[in-house]
Design a protein around this ligand. Structure first.
Ligand code: S3P
Length: 433
């Protein structure tokens, strides 16, 4: 496992980001279930998305790449075949939860497993609704943990209120709903990312959205489409936050996804006083009723920040950006309070514990109190050795912390960055000066 040493630097220049991971997973999954040839421009080849590609290849879907474009030869809703092997989904919670939704509708049984981290992540949040629909799922602690065995079949539609706002849970139920006769309805307590809804609509599913309620009618054929995946806004967040807090920095991020369910972090930075602005390349896509993804350009420049209070209902729309927000908060005037962030404890690692431990080592005034995090700033961080805890977002957040710290910061075990962002250090090297 490799480590890296980071020294203080500012960020200047223009970058494009790797393709959005969430949208890429959905393009592979929905393209595989559609009739005909789906072409995907700019598909993510991060480790998590490769696990989804491998899984559908094992179920008989031909997925090839030519001249930078992925071609998915869709099998239709009922064309997948029983894989000859156990589906290994590595570190990827999105792969496991969404694929469980698809498998719930298949008339074969299948075993799914993951790495040590994925095997500790809660799966009952999806196995429970899928069981209510009629899937038979086995796994330890009442189908809470992988490895899991699922036998799908004739599904009944359900009206399901998810206890957590999770796009993965919502998507698993909606994908299973494609196989149920009648209307499957999901209501979530707060809005989570809506890429599944948009893409299903684009591919011709009978799906409607009203506020927090999504309804899909099963058994409609999906038709192959051309998908163009925008840059990943969550990957951009590391550099954008870095530019906001590192003196003399100014960056532009091009062609990045600006889906309205993913821009809460940009708005939050603005509310904190950051000099950050964005403009849409295809503004109408940002609106309701559109089934494509908005993208555009974001500019950020260093300016003084003020610590915000983040209420529990804001957490779902900021979930992947909270680790880097904690770094930005150490440089913000006053108190940052992040309330009710318990979902962070259930990610690839316990991200509250990981970030509090790392930033404390660097001299930040940060503490957790239950599932709340309190940070007082600004504080001058000092370089030391910190740990990725084998979590990609913790690792990238700590690299940015290293850029603004005094002295040298060593981040251990950084290979995990490839989970979402192969090429992170190449992008960083284009900006540092
Ligand atoms: C994702 C949803 C989020 C997010 C994850 C990707 C998705 O998880 O943290 O990185 O693509 O649906 P939850 O839905 O569990 O909050």
């Amino acid at each position: 496992m490799s480590s890296i040493v980071i020294e203080p630097k500012r960020l200047r220049g223009e970058i494009t980001l790797p393709p959005d991971k969430s949208i890429s997973h959905r393009a592979i999954i929905i393209g595989s279930l559609a009739c005909g040839k789906t072409q995907v421009k700019n598909l993510s080849v991060c480790e998590d998305c490769l696990r989804t590609i491998d899984a559908f290849r094992s179920m008989g879907v031909a997925i090839t790449k030519s001249k930078g474009i992925f071609c998915i030869q869709g099998k239709g809703l009922n064309g997948l075949r029983k894989p000859g092997v156990k589906l290994y989904l590595g570190n990827s919670g999105t792969s496991m939860r969404l694929i469980l939704g698809v498998l719930a509708g298949q008339r074969f049984s299948c075993e799914l497993s993951g790495d040590a981290s994925l095997s500790k992540r809660p799966m009952k949040r999806v196995t429970e609704p899928l069981s209510l629909m009629g899937a038979k799922i086995r796994g330890s602690d009442g189908a809470q943990f992988a490895p899991l065995t699922i036998r799908g079949g004739a599904l009944r539609p359900i009206c399901y209120e998810t206890p957590v706002a999770s796009a993965q849970v919502k998507s698993a139920v909606l994908l299973a709903g494609l196989y149920a006769e009648g209307a499957t309805k999901v209501t979530e307590p707060a809005k989570s990312r809506d890429h599944t809804e948009r893409m299903l609509k684009k591919f011709g599913a009978d799906i409607s959205v009203e506020g927090l309620l999504v309804c899909v009618k099963g058994r409609a054929n999906l038709i192959a489409k051309v998908v163009d995946v925008p840059g990943d806004i969550s990957s951009a967040s590391f550099f954008l936050a870095g530019a906001c807090i590192s003196k003399g920095s100014q960056i532009t991020v091009k062609s990045v996804g600006l889906n309205p369910t993913r821009t809460a972090f940009l708005k939050l930075l603005q509310q904190m006083g950051a000099s950050i602005s964005w403009k849409y390349q295809n503004s109408k896509m940002a609106g309701k009723g559109y089934n494509d993804e908005a993208k555009g350009e974001v500019r950020a420049r260093c300016s003084p920040l003020k610590g915000p209070t983040i209420a529990p209902e804001q957490i779902p729309s900021l979930i992947d950006e909270l680790p880097i927000l904690m770094v930005a908060a150490t440089q913000s005037e006053g108190e940052t309070a992040i309330q009710g962030a318990g979902e962070l404890r259930l990610k690839e690692t316990d991200r509250i514990k990981a970030m509090v431990s790392n930033l404390t080592r660097m001299g930040a005034d940060i503490r957790s109190c239950g599932d709340d995090i309190i940070i007082r700033g600004p504080s001058r961080l000092a370089g030391t050795t910190v740990d990725s805890f084998n979590d990609h977002r913790t690792a990238m957040s700590m690299v940015i912390a290293g850029l603004i710290a005094r002295g040298r910061t060593t981040i251990k075990d950084i290979d995990c960055i490839n989970i979402s962002f192969p090429g992170f250090f190449d992008t960083l090297s284009r900006l540092v000066c």
